[in-house]
Design a protein around this ligand. Structure first.
Ligand code: SF4
Length: 262
């Protein structure tokens, strides 16, 4: 699909879902935060959920963690208009609490639809929640960060959430190291073969350990998503089809003013 067509499809999708009321977070949000960046990006960054500033501005990663993300992108020669940045949840959990399973289950199809439209070669998951969702695992970010996974044709690179480095400065060097690795994968695609030993097919993952969501919960996630047959394929990244999503009110408006697409 051409970049211009992806852009149009993303805009249509935004207009379709921006008034979503599928979960309780719709009652407390100030703004729905769709995500922003290039509709034709090679790489997507996926965080957890909007924070206070994101909620107020309707844009992803605009607070302190966002400024750090900008710095890290610049560190490897990228800017926001070259990547796409989104979150697992499109609305802010009150008080920045962790996303709840039911909220993730309600919202994840939107992220997967974005992935389907943008069709990035690389997805960089920022922190625990996006990593566990995309990799379909309960393993902690500590054990997954720095490794490279492959789902279908896409590479998944889990790294720490930039906010973690704000609170623990020693994690900054790890974050920079991970961004340099990202750069290698973006800029030297022809050298993928040289890194193949780092790529681990998901089916080789060990069953997740205790903590976080229970295995039963996660089996539900897989079932609901059609994860194995959907995400990572060329056909369908989720169960959502425009116009069919429940709980979406049509405001009749066609603003799109908070949508930053390049
Ligand atoms: S499902 Fe997502 S977009 Fe819809 S209200 Fe919940 S968090 Fe917001």
């Amino acid at each position: 699909m051409a970049g211009s067509e992806k852009r149009e499809r993303l805009k249509e999708f935004y207009l379709e879902i921006r008034n979503c009321t599928k979960c309780e977070l719709s009652k407390t949000r100030t703004n729905f935060v769709f995500g922003s960046g290039s509709a034709d990006a090679t790489i997507m960054f996926v965080g957890e959920a909007p924070g206070r500033n994101e909620d107020l501005q309707g844009k992803p990663f605009v607070g302190q963690a966002g400024r750090l993300l900008d710095e890290l992108l610049l560190y490897i020669g990228l800017t926001r208009d070259k990547v796409f940045i989104a979150n697992v949840l499109k609305c802010r959990p009150p008080g920045n609490r962790d996303p709840r399973l039911e909220e993730i289950n309600s919202c994840k199809c939107y992220l997967f639809k974005q992935i389907e439209i943008i069709d990035p070669k690389i997805i960089c998951t920022l922190g625990k929640h996006s990593t566990q969702l995309i990799l379909n695992t309960q393993a902690g970010i500590t054990s997954l960060r720095g490794r490279v996974f492959k789902i279908g044709k896409r590479l998944i690179l889990p790294i720490n959430h930039p906010a973690a480095a704000l609170y623990t400065p020693s994690k900054m060097s790890v974050l920079r190291e991970d961004f340099l690795r990202i750069e290698r994968f973006i800029r030297h695609e022809e050298e993928y073969r040289g890194y193949m030993e780092e790529i681990e097919e998901l089916h080789e993952q060990k069953p997740p350990g205790p903590g976080g969501m229970s295995m039963k919960d996660y089996e539900g996630v897989v079932l609901e998503l059609g994860f194995e047959s959907g995400f990572g394929s060329d056909t369908d990244a989720g169960e959502y089809e425009p116009g069919e999503a429940p709980g979406i009110a049509d405001s009749g408006k066609d603003k799109g003013e908070q949508l930053e697409l390049f």
